[in-house]
Design a binder for this molecule. Sequence first.
Ligand code: FAD
Length: 461
Amino acid sequence: MTERAYDFDLFVIGGGSGGVRAARIAAQAGAKVGLAEEYRMGGTCVIRGCVPKKFMVYTSKYGKEIRHSAGYGWSVGDVSYDHAKFAAGMRAEVDRLSAIYDRNLKSAGAEVFNDRAEFEDAHTLRLTGSGQTVTAGKILIATGGRPWRPSPEELPGVEHTITSNEVFEMETLPERMVIAGGGYIAVEFAHVFAGLGVEVCLVYRGETVLRGFDEDVRLAVHEGLKEAGVRVITKTVFTRIEMTDDGLCVKLENGHEVKADVVMMAVGRQANTDGLGCEKAGVRLGARGEVAVDDWSRTGAANIFAVGDVTDRVNLTPVAIREGHAFADTEFGGKPWKMDHTDIPTAVFSQPEVGTVGISESQARREHGEIDIYKTKFRPMKNMLNGDQTRTFMKLVVRASDQRVLGVHVVGDDAAEMIQMAGIAVKMGATKDDFDRTCAVHPSAAEELVTMRTKWLPEVV
Ligand code: FAD
């Protein structure tokens, strides 16, 4: 047997969505794999992202469901909610999933180090907890990201705020909460806490939330926040946060102030590259501290790769997983392929939720010229008996020249489930005629996606 030049064929830094997938696939392909995780196996998605967030969305929706059930003949006695009980259940499930990640990786043959790894050089990592040094032929950076917060100089009193990391650790609910931000995390938590009866105020520097999404979707979500009782203050930012006898006082640039018991900053995320020693390994960082990579997830150093949020391409779990999988198949499995970052279906778990795939109307007009738009807004059948005024919105963005569907956008119950399926059609290059030829499922809300026949024309003023 030939002796290995390095301790490992592959060493992965980070046990999140991307790192774990890459490590497992490479190990299954016969590589000797090591992985270091400095916090908890599973990474952001499992520990303090998608998974616990979705549980919070579920718990928040129960309140509304219980109230609305009266319209269907149900009468429910005294209703109360115990957040500590919910949080204990949520954490137990997170623990269970984290253990599964650990177990699956080990049973694939990878060695797991509960430690932080930092570069010494392009082939050498130091595990900072144990002081041990490991070498590897190839190294994958999959260190993810973390919430970004301004410094105390930029925002005095920022130390009184929490981020999405701490939101899952709350044992009791505040009476009043202010959330800064207009991205999907801010919007989702605004709905979660409003649904749980918290008085929520969302402060956002832009005009409408969800920058980057289709304009109609943004408007529908913005309106939805207000309908859910969230006070939305736009076009301003925090200038300072003060601790007072009546809780926290958030001062705004527009001269107003808002009182709160909890202030949450959801104003962006930052790649985890601080102190990683990338400069010692020849790994180039971009302007925001992200690892710069090519389409094959290759960094500036020949043997070092990076996947997932640390590369700041499309920061979603399934994307990190596919990038990790593509890397491992390419480098260790003899099956080269690269992640295709177009037409990624995605959801925002607002209430009602958003499901979207493809491009927005404005992007389509910019990039494809003449566009046909089909859209509809209706009160879904379920809401006819329960008094819920919430409407469902659907939109198809179609290229006029060949009728190809470039974008599907839904705001309504189960939009995430719908868009997964619509995503297949869009990825396959479906045309509007393909949608029209598809028989409806009745009675459903989704049937509207295949029954919109009239082009939307802008109102002539
Ligand atoms: P991560 O999952 O962040 O994993 C990186 C890991 O590396 C971490 O465990 C970290 O501790 C570890 N690490 C960092 N530095 C080191 C080091 N030097 N040594 C050892 N270990 C290190 N995505 C969706 O698709 N759908 C959603 O609904 C969704 N909701 C979200 C909600 C919230 C509140 C947040 C914050 C994110 C959400 N995301 C969602 C995004 C998703 O969580 C990320 O895109 C995904 O986790 C990225 O995976 P990753 O492997 O790149 O990084």
